[in-house]
Structure formats: structure tokens, C-alpha cells
Design a protein around this ligand. Structure first.
Ligand SMILES: C[S@@+](CC[C@H](N)C(=O)[O-])C[C@H]1O[C@@H](n2cnc3c(N)ncnc32)[C@H](O)[C@@H]1O
Length: 328
């Protein structure tokens, strides 16, 4: 997945597991053996110790902390850490993988422009599965493509439209967010040092563009408050998300449904339909989402009343390789 360093480190970890090294000892523990995504957890545990400054020998080899990217050196430091500090390694391995991928703001922002061009109304944006809520600030980012740009040239966060075909439309449509709010079952706080290190630790340590962008989005979030409630999506939508006159109520999410059980997804869809049914021409509702569609991640926009559902773009899970639909 675009990380030569992690490919090397995971090969070394696999060899270590096969030769009864510290990785084998850790993954023999019942509370660790049963966990999903062992590779991601192992790399994130290692990355965290470099980011928080407790392992300078590791930091010296990881590009995200200014290191030389030497896989052999990084693995030696990581192995020593797992061997000498098993309690710490266990605590770090038990964290549920958490990401807040800022690049996903690009297709979502394009969806809001479509909506603005369609409805000519200000928007109240509600995001489920917000994580740290970084993408709730998507109108404060700068977006740049071939011969076009949108947003504050001085924005800390710049997203490049690395597209396979097409481009976003309606760049002149006004974007006015009068309310923005999110929820997550385990929200992370951009003001909390540990939460930020946790988010950063789940980015591959040699993908320095992503690390830099995430750091910038955290700074931007600190300067532009938006609440993220600690709540399950279904209950939260029932309590909080109601179409109101004079604005369009937007329910937004990205890469969240695949983290829910089949039953939870069905309950979510029923709740969204109920919300859409309460919409009126004077109080419309929109459902904007980027989720896995079977062969690619699809960004879709449905509008109510009416229920017109349009595919806006496909991409990979990090919103790279975008293909825009019906684009000029
Ligand atoms: C892969 S992350 C995506 C975060 C963010 N939407 C993004 O695209 O960067 C999925 C998020 O969904 C949250 N989540 C999973 N199930 C949820 C639920 N039932 N209600 C609210 N949030 C949920 C997780 O805690 C996690 O933060």
C-alpha cells in the first residue's frame, strides 16, 4: 500500500515471529492473538514510540520523525522496544486502529459544491464516524488541480486533485456552512496530545506527505472549533439531525460503514431514510458519502425530497486516483 519501509519492517516482523522472537512472544498472548489487523497494530505501536519521543533510536530511522528511512536500523530499534517493554507494547497493540484521512475531504467538498449549485442554500453539515472531526473543516482547506484552485491560498491544508479523469464542478458555487457537528463511537480530540499522536501513529511512517497534511489539519482544527460528540451514529442522527427550513441538512460520512456490523448498517440506513422522509422542498435533506461500493470507493450524493442519487466520483480508500463522473 505504497510503503516500501513498512513492507521491509513487516517482513522482518514475520521472520521474528517465525523464529520465536519478541513478536512471537507478544502474539502468543491470548489478548493480542485475537486482535484484528495485527500488521497495522504492530507498525502503529512502533511508530507511536518514535513520535512521542520515547525511542530516539527508532525516531532516527523513521522519515516521519526526520530519520533516515533505514529499515534494518528501524527494525533493530523496534525489536528491542518490543523485547524490553512488553507491557507498553501490549497497551499500544490493543488500541483500535484509528484514521482520519484528510484527503477524503476532496470528493466530499466537491459533493457540497454540487449541492450548493443544485439547492442555492446554506448548509448544516452532520458527519458520522468523524474520528477527530478534521474533515468537518473541509471548507477551510485549499484544493488545487490542473489550471484550477479553490479556497484560501494561505490555508494550512492543501489537497491536490490527483485525478485519473475529470475534475470537480461548480467551483463558483457559494459554500456556506452555518452549522457543523460530528459524532464518533470513539472520538479523538485535536487538542489532546495523545489523541493526535495516536492518529499520526496509524499513518505509514514513510508517507511523509500524509503525515505533514495530518499535522496541518490538526493545527487547522485547533484554530477552527467543531464539536464531535461521543455517540453511536444511529442514536445521534435520531437526536440531532433534522431538516430545517432555509438550509439544507447534510448527513456526511466517509469510510465508516465498513466499520459497522451488518445489523448496524441496516439500522443506519433505516434511520437515514426516516430522516429523508421528514424533508420538504423548503427544508431539504442530502446524504453525501464516500464508501466502498464493491470494486472502488464511491462518492455519492442523494437529495430529498425526490431521492435523486448521483455518483460523483470513484477512488481508492484514501481518495487517490479519483475518477470524476460527468465532469467537464
Ligand atoms: C476509518 S475511520 C474514518 C474516519 C473519517 N470518517 C475519515 O474518513 O477519515 C471510521 C470511523 O468510524 C467510527 N465508527 C465506527 N462505527 C461507528 C458507529 N456505529 N457510530 C459512530 N462512529 C462509528 C470509528 O470509531 C472511526 O473513527
Amino acid at each position: 500500500m505504497g510503503s516500501p519501509l513498512y513492507a521491509e519492517l513487516l517482513r522482518a516482523a514475520a521472520r521474528d515471529a517465525e523464529s520465536d522472537g519478541p513478536v512471537a512472544t507478544l502474539f502468543a498472548l491470548p489478548e493480542i492473538a485475537s486482535l484484528s489487523l495485527p500488521g497495522i497494530r504492530l507498525m502503529a505501536a512502533m511508530h507511536y514510540c518514535a513520535l512521542d519521543g520515547t525511542s530516539p533510536s527508532l525516531a532516527a530511522h523513521l522519515p516521519s520523525t526526520g530519520g533516515d528511512g533505514n529499515a534494518e536500523g528501524a527494525w533493530a530499534a523496534a525489536r528491542e522496544l518490543f523485547e524490553k517493554e512488553p507491557a507498553r507494547a501490549i497497551a499500544l497493540l490493543r488500541r483500535t486502529p484509528q484514521t482520519n484521512e484528510v484527503a477524503r475531504a476532496l470528493p466530499l467538498w466537491a459533493g457540497l459544491l454540487e449541492l450548493s449549485a443544485l439547492m442555492h442554500l446554506p448548509m448544516r453539515v452532520f458527519e458520522i464516524g468523524s474520528s477527530a472531526g478534521l474533515n468537518l473543516r473541509l471548507d477551510r482547506f485549499r484544493y488545487v488541480g490542473l489550471r484550477w484552485a479553490w479556497g484560501d491560498p494561505a490555508s494550512r491544508v492543501v489537497l491536490n486533485n490527483r485525478t485519473l479523469s475529470g475534475r470537480p464542478r461548480h467551483l463558483d458555487a457559494p459554500l456556506s456552512l452555518t452549522e457543523r457537528r460530528g459524532c464518533d463511537v470513539r472520538p479523538l480530540d485535536p487538542h489532546d496530545r495523545d489523541d493526535c499522536l495516536e492518529l499520526l501513529s496509524f499513518v505509514w511512517a514513510d508517507q511523509t506527505d500524509r503525515v505533514t497534511r495530518l499535522r496541518a489539519a490538526i493545527e487547522l482544527a485547533r484554530e477552527n472549533p467543531a464539536d464531535v460528540d461521543s455517540a453511536d451514529a444511529v442514536t445521534w442522527i435520531r437526536d440531532r439531525v433534522h431538516p430545517l427550513g432555509g438550509s439544507v441538512c447534510v448527513l456526511m460520512h466517509s469510510v465508516t460503514m465498513e466499520h459497522m456490523s451488518k445489523e448496524a448498517r441496516a439500522a443506519l440506513e433505516t434511520t437515514i431514510v426516516a430522516c429523508a422522509q421528514r424533508s420538504k422542498r423548503t427544508a431539504p435533506f442530502a446524504w453525501l458519502r464516500m464508501e466502498y461500493g464493491g470494486t472502488a470507493y464511491e462518492t455519492r450524493l442523494a437529495t430529498y425530497p425526490g431521492g435523486r442519487d448521483e455518483m460523483l466520483a470513484t477512488s481508492d480508500g484514501h481518495a487517490q486516483g479519483l475518477r470524476w463522473f460527468n465532469r467537464r
